[in-house]
Every structure is written in C-alpha cells, then in structure tokens.
Design a protein around this ligand. Structure first.
Ligand SMILES: Nc1ncnc2c1ncn2[C@@H]1O[C@H](COP(=O)(O)OP(=O)(O)O)[C@@H](O)[C@H]1O
Ligand SMILES: [Mg+2]
Length: 358
C-alpha cells in the first residue's frame, strides 16, 4: 500500500534538512509552516530569519528534493518569507515600527572607509532583494549623500498623524537620511552631545522609513555620545567595526568595540571589516600588493578576537565611484573591492540571523 501523504509525513521527511548556518533541522527551528497536501501536490512556507539569505536557493532545493523523494508527490511549492526575531528579544526598548534590523557601522577613527562600507553594503543588500535604509549620523563628515548620488537631494518634511516626519531621499534601492542634508558644508560643526542625541533620535523615530529589512547607521567615529545614544535609543541587531591594518587604527577599533560591549543592553558585535587591506594598482588589476604583510585581516581579527567579515583592497576605482556618486558594487561589480563588499554584505545578513537566534 502506498504511504498516505499527510502533514506529519511531510514534516518527517523534511526533518533531516538543516539550516546550513545554524546546523539545525529546519523543522526543529520552526522554519517550515503551513504544510498542505492536495492530491499529489505539496505546498509549505519556508520562514527564513533574513530576507537576503545568501543560501536561500540552496535551502529551497534541499527541501524540494526531500519532499519529492516521497512516493506519490508530483509537485512541491515552497513559499519563502522572512521573519526576524530581533524585536521579540528586547522588549524593553520600542524599536522602530516596520524596521526589522538596525545595524551600526562604526570605527575607532575617521577616514578608514566607514561610509564607503556603509553605502556599498546598503546597496549590495538592496541588490540581494532586501528593503534597506541608511542613516548617516556622522556629523564630522556626512558624505553618504555624495556617495549615493544624492548630493543635491533634499529630504522633504510631511505631516502625519504623529506630527511632522521626514521623507528620506532614495537612490539605488536605498532610503537615505543624512546629517549632511542639514548642515551647511562650509560651516564647522559646533554641535555638542545633547543636540546630536536629539538629532539621532529624530532621524530614527521621526522618519518615514516604511518597511525595512535593514537600517544601517553610519556612526560618527570614536566612542562618543552618538554610540551611547544608539545603544540606549533602539534595540540593535548588531555592530560592524571597520578598521585598517595599521596598529593605531586597531587600538582605536578596540576602544570603539568596548563601548558597545559595556552598554546596559550589550549589542552583538557581528565582526570586523578590514579596509585597505592590500593594494591593487589601476594599471595592473591582476596584481595584489600586501603593503601591510600578508594575512593582515586574519591577524587583525585574532587581535580583536572577532570574526573577520572580509577584507577590501585599496583600489582607485572605489574612491572614484564614491566621488562620482555611483557605488562600486553597481559601477564596477567585477572589481576586487566590489566582490569583497558583496561578500561582506552576505556575511552580515547571515550573521544577523544567527545572532538573533542566539
Ligand atoms: N578601499 C579603498 N580604496 C580606495 N579608496 C578608499 C577605500 N576606502 C575608502 N576610500 C576613500 O577614502 C576616503 C575616506 O573614506 P570614507 O568612507 O569617507 O571614510 P570614513 O567614513 O571612515 O571617514 C574616501 O575618499 C573614500 O573614497
Ligand atoms: Mg564617513
């Protein structure tokens, strides 16, 4: 007699399929839902923890293979959705309605490529299908409008039932609100802590972000008020530290890191991005010069005792793309730095979901 197809049988045959990152059964992780059997047709929902899951196709294929191995099954339909558990984990702070994962991109000092990484990772996540926002909280050098081709944009203010809200600027699939829209580039920065604090909160809560999978926050460098504000104002899904291989930069990165670890609600540190790790000359794109010695990124990661999310070479086209307002992941996707940045975005997406389940 042929096996009767029912929900229980489908779940049993799916049980050995694991989430490759978490190494646990999809069924045990409650990622398989709404199993339905109609004749020879089986359908179910696969609930991922991140919409930009780099292994999404692989997981779907494994599920289909498993279910099709059952006699009597002809078609398998998998609907994929994402559900991030971040807000559930931290009920003491409100979060931003509709925004699933808030990520801070930070560094010990300026000029290490924090904004370059923020902008390109944001665009890369959008290219992978996620809804992305970027909040540029860096009062000292708010250059993300230029890097995103929005130097002449001006965010509008509109009325909503809760008062006035900012409408973000938008380009390359990324919604942007930047300190740069509100400060005169010719005037020195004279704001002190409390004012910055209010501005950051306003950008977080009085902006019409809509539905976002990721809100990246380009932080001011260092260990100051902005870091504290972020840590206190919203539940964060994680922090990414950008550094360069020089030891001074490393020391600064270590200090920046401690700040987040010591907060009343410690924020998961997702890892470090090493920028300007090695040099690729424009006329010899196949050459790689390890100015700081080889294996730099790993050394850095070991010294800071943090996962290495990736290493980005020093490449002229990366700076040029930033200056022209076309992020390198769109401008020259085949370049070494664009590939590194795409891989870093995937790493971040994967680690956000793992940290959220931990
Ligand atoms: N890997 C890289 N290769 C070449 N230029 C880079 C690289 N990373 C950053 N830059 C350039 O260095 C400058 C500082 O980078 P930026 O992202 O603004 O740093 P931060 O935000 O940390 O101050 C910018 O002109 C940027 O285009
Ligand atoms: Mg910057």
């Amino acid at each position: 007699m042929p096996t009767m197809l029912d929900t229980r049988v489908i779940l049993e045959v799916l049980r050995p399929v694991q989430d490759p990152e978490l190494r646990k059964s999809l069924v045990d992780l409650n990622m398989i839902r709404n199993v339905r059997v109609e004749g020879s047709q089986v359908s179910f929902t696969l609930v991922l923890t991140t919409p930009a899951c780099p292994l999404r196709l692989f997981i779907v294929e494994e599920c289909e293979k498993a279910v099709k191995s059952l006699p009597g099954v002809e078609t398998v339909e998998v609907e994929v959705t994402a559900e991030t558990p971040q807000q559930k984990a931290l009920p003491d702070r409100a979060g931003i309605a509709g925004v699933k994962n808030i990520l801070a991109i930070t560094s010990g000092k300026g000029g290490v490529g924090k904004s370059t990484v923020s902008v390109n990772v944001a665009v890369a996540l959008a290219l992978m299908g996620a809804k992305v926002g970027l909040l540029d909280a860096d009062i000292y050098g708010p250059n993300t409008p230029m890097m995103l081709g929005l130097a002449n944009a001006y965010p509008t203010v509109k009325q909503s039932p809760t008062g006035e809200v900012l409408e973000p600027a938008f380009n390359y699939g990324v919604k942007l609100v930047s300190m740069g829209f509100f400060i005169d580039p010719d005037q020195p920065v004279i704001w002190r802590g409390p004012m910055l604090d209010a501005r950051i909160r306003q950008f977080l809560y009085q902006t019409d972000w809509g539905e976002l999978d990721y809100l990246l926050v380009d932080m001011p460098p260092g260990t100051g008020d902005a870091q504290l504000t972020m840590g206190q104002a919203v539940p964060m899904a994680g922090v990414v530290i950008v550094t360069t291989p020089q030891s001074v930069a490393l020391q600064d990165a270590r200090r920046g890191l401690r700040m987040f670890q010591r907060m009343p609600n410690p924020v998961p540190i997702l890892g470090i991005v090493e920028n300007m790790s090695y040099f690729i000359p424009p006329d010899l794109p196949d050459h790689q010069y390890d100015i700081f010695g080889s294996g730099g990124g790993e050394k850095t990661s070991k010294e800071l005792d943090l996962p290495l999310l990736g290493c980005i070479p020093l490449e002229m086209s990366l700076r040029e793309g930033g200056d022209r307002g076309i992020p390198i992941v769109i401008d020259v996707p085949e370049s070494a730095s664009a590939k590194a940045l795409m891989a870093i975005a995937q790493q971040i997406a994967a680690r956000v979901s793992v940290a959220a389940l931990a």
